[in-house]
Design a protein around this ligand. Sequence first.
Ligand SMILES: Cc1cc2nc3c(=O)[nH]c(=O)nc-3n(C[C@H](O)[C@H](O)[C@H](O)COP(=O)(O)OP(=O)(O)OC[C@H]3O[C@@H](n4cnc5c(N)ncnc54)[C@H](O)[C@@H]3O)c2cc1C
Length: 446
Amino acid sequence: MVLTGGTMRVVVVGNGTAGQTAAGFAKKDSPESEVIVLERHPYPSYHPCALPYVVAGEIPLESVVDRVPRPGIEVITSAEVEGIDLEGKKVHFSKDGSQESLEYDALVIATGLRPTRPPISGLDLEGVRLLWDVEDAEYILKHMGERIVVVGGSATGLEVAGALAKGGKDVWLVEMMEQLMPGKVDPPVASTVAKYLRSLGVRVLLKSPVKEIRGPTGRASEVLAGDHVIEADTVIVAAGVRPNSKLAAEAGIPIGETGGIRVDDRMRAAPGVYAAGDVAEVWEYVTGRPVVTGLVSTALVQGRIAGRNAVGGGLRYRGALSPYVIHVGDRLLGGVGLSATQATRWGLEHVTGRLSTLDLERFAPGVDRVLSWLVATREGRLIGAQFWGAREVWGRVSSAALAILSGMSLQDLLTTEFAYHPLLTPVSEPLTVLADSVLRRFKMAP
Ligand SMILES: Cc1cc2nc3c(=O)[nH]c(=O)nc-3n(C[C@H](O)[C@H](O)[C@H](O)COP(=O)(O)OP(=O)(O)OC[C@H]3O[C@@H](n4cnc5c(N)ncnc54)[C@H](O)[C@@H]3O)c2cc1C
């Protein structure tokens, strides 16, 4: 497909998931066009989602860094964009100490999130680090001790704590709210995950804000969390992020209430300017509320739309479903759509259901349990689902995502066929069994 007749220059800022995808789509859709990506790192890209396993020693750091850009796309590394001139259609960037400019016909801003330093004293002590990028992982690996405090019961916090505990470290996971993954995962599921982490040996501390990290010798030695004083030589902080939208704000591009760049359904932020990925403020699919998702899944979709539309296409964004899967120890936590907590916060009347079933036939090798949780409107439309189990969580989340996207009701789920195999699946897909029980409990069955 060639969308543009002539040659144009598309400049992409940031070579993460959204930037790479936008660049790839722009080039494929308009091969005559020049596509240039400016990336501030000295290497083209890396895989942030693998970093929890890198710091736990499961994956070598070098294997998650891409040192060679994908063919066909020019990636200028060590290029930090410092200004956007909307009128002159130019970006200004620094490279190797010199200032340079590049004109564009279309610009895609894909600068992601940036970690924020939580208000904790002692963050600069040796052995303390926020986990965000390759340099952080490198630092943590170099300074890794034996007694670790992970600050933040976020997805990253859960993954790091689970992986380190599996590797034999003494791990505390500290969260200031009363549950892990507050807001995103509903309490019954979150408490099951906390129980599992405890079974791995992780000391999970809830309702305990970290106030101070002490280290009289210059190296972290104690963490003050709530009323606890925890001995620790390594502190990994996985809490607090903001959209990296300062560049756009300084150029006069509208910023939304979440701090992300406001975009329309074509990912347009200003004439000739698109934003995609974690830096973009989009809308949650069910409620239309503004959100910044912080997920690869949404960054990919937005990157495709921004890249295609930058060269004249007309793809439209439908809203964020935010599907995720988290690897905790040897188990998987996944979800999509609204949690009941979010539905309540946003004033949406809803019902919930919970079901623990076998994840395979009782005779199948490796049979385990899967916890399924769903959120539906009062009328019975599926709006959210969460799963906790040993396998197939990705598939269940993805099925639920398609069901939510197509407006399916719980009754529709009952009449949907799911593939069966005696060694690979239970005879009835847990989501449909749960849908049936919710329909009966709330007397919604026809
Ligand atoms: C430890 C960790 C684990 C994660 N695990 C998962 C997971 O399992 N599943 C999941 O869905 N998501 C996960 N995420 C989130 C996921 O990585 C992001 O949602 C995704 O990378 C977003 O893509 P993006 O392109 O918007 O931003 P990014 O991937 O952050 O890319 C932004 C890029 O822009 C560059 N940049 C920023 N400013 C400038 C500038 N001024 N000039 C030039 N370049 C600039 C940055 O260097 C960066 O390369 C994880 C994140 C982390 C940190």
